[in-house]
Design a protein around this ligand. Structure first.
Ligand SMILES: Nc1nc2c(ncn2[C@@H]2O[C@H](COP(=O)(O)OP(=O)(O)O)[C@@H](O)[C@H]2O)c(=O)[nH]1
Ligand SMILES: [Mg+2]
Length: 283
């Protein structure tokens, strides 16, 4: 893993970091997106460091794919660390109002200061940050579609910035802050590959599928049995289970169960949320 870690860092990472630092300077609030299925793995420590002096709204995304009980635990965990947190399925309709509401809370102090100075309250400006695939574009698109007529340009620090005017008290930068996921340990790398935030081929498919199966057997055995209409016995090993899955789904190679295809199927159905609401990080 060490070798793989090396080549994404230098050049373009440094440039991306500087660009984000510039953009962060001109906002009041950072909206950090983490995948509810693996909130710790999906946090980029560098992104966090760059933005740590800003007011922060933490959004745990993809709650429709995550284990509800664990999402509640993670919400509590982050609240205990002092964050304002919301857990959302970004495809749902009412989310923008929920977010606006939280932005109002975070902007209150700034508004009070402005009023004290005899100024008119200025709109709270925010930026969305996160690693790939956590829902940044989805959220920006949803907000900008609703406000298609009110995208405006203002001179930013280094170049013109596009702001999406959500309403009179909230403006969103249309360019998110993105850094690649860091996967300094193997467990994180596995989680990130399973949720689609790093390329699956960073790890051998066979290994990834087997680790997923180990995890599902341990915590979501009933989901496996229901989804694939199989029975799993205590003495079954992964090989046997992949065989059962292959046979049920008619994945055959020269008349024999095709384990390779069964592995791909398991990974894909997990990613698509078809096996059930599953989280990869727990307490
Ligand atoms: N099920 C589900 N899918 C989501 C959610 N948010 C985003 N997605 C999907 O996740 C994928 C990555 O989202 P995207 O917005 O492109 O992520 P970005 O890389 O952070 O910009 C897309 O296929 C989205 O449709 C969510 O809350 N629930
Ligand atoms: Mg995107």
């Amino acid at each position: 893993m060490q070798e793989k870690n090396v080549h994404w860092y230098p050049g373009h990472m440094k440039k991306a970091t500087i660009e984000i630092e510039e953009r962060v300077k001109i906002v009041d609030v950072v909206i950090e997106l983490l995948d509810a299925r693996a909130p710790l793995s999906s946090r980029n420590e560098k992104l966090f460091q760059i933005t740590k002096n800003k007011k922060r709204l933490l959004i745990l995304t993809k709650t429709d794919l995550a284990d509800d009980n664990l999402t509640k635990e993670w919400e509590k965990y982050f609240i205990n660390l002092g964050y304002l947190v919301v857990c959302l399925n970004l495809n749902e309709s009412k989310i923008i109002n929920i977010i606006k509401n939280k932005i109002d809370i975070l902007g209150e102090e700034k508004h009070q200061k402005e009023i004290k100075k005899g100024m008119k309250a200025q709109p709270i400006r925010a930026i969305i940050i996160g690693i790939p695939n956590v829902g940044k574009s989805t959220l920006i698109n949803r907000i900008s579609k609703r406000n298609a007529a009110s995208v405006r340009n203002t001179p930013g620090h280094t170049k013109a910035q596009q702001w999406i005017k959500v309403d009179k008290s909230f403006e969103l930068l249309d360019t998110p802050g993105i850094l690649p996921a860091n996967y300094e340990n193997r467990e994180k790398a596995v989680n990130l590959a399973l949720i689609g935030s790093i390329k699956e081929n960073i790890l051998p498919q066979e290994e990834l599928a087997n680790l997923l199966l180990d995890y599902l057997k341990k915590y979501y055995l009933d989901y496996l049995e229901t989804r694939f209409k199989i029975l799993i016995n205590k003495e079954d090993n992964n090989y046997t289970i992949f065989q059962k899955i292959a046979l049920k789904r008619g994945l055959l190679k020269k008349g024999n169960p095709d384990l390779y295809k069964a592995e791909i199927l398991l990974l894909k159905e997990f990613k698509d949320g078809l096996i059930g609401k599953i989280s990869l990080e727990r307490f």
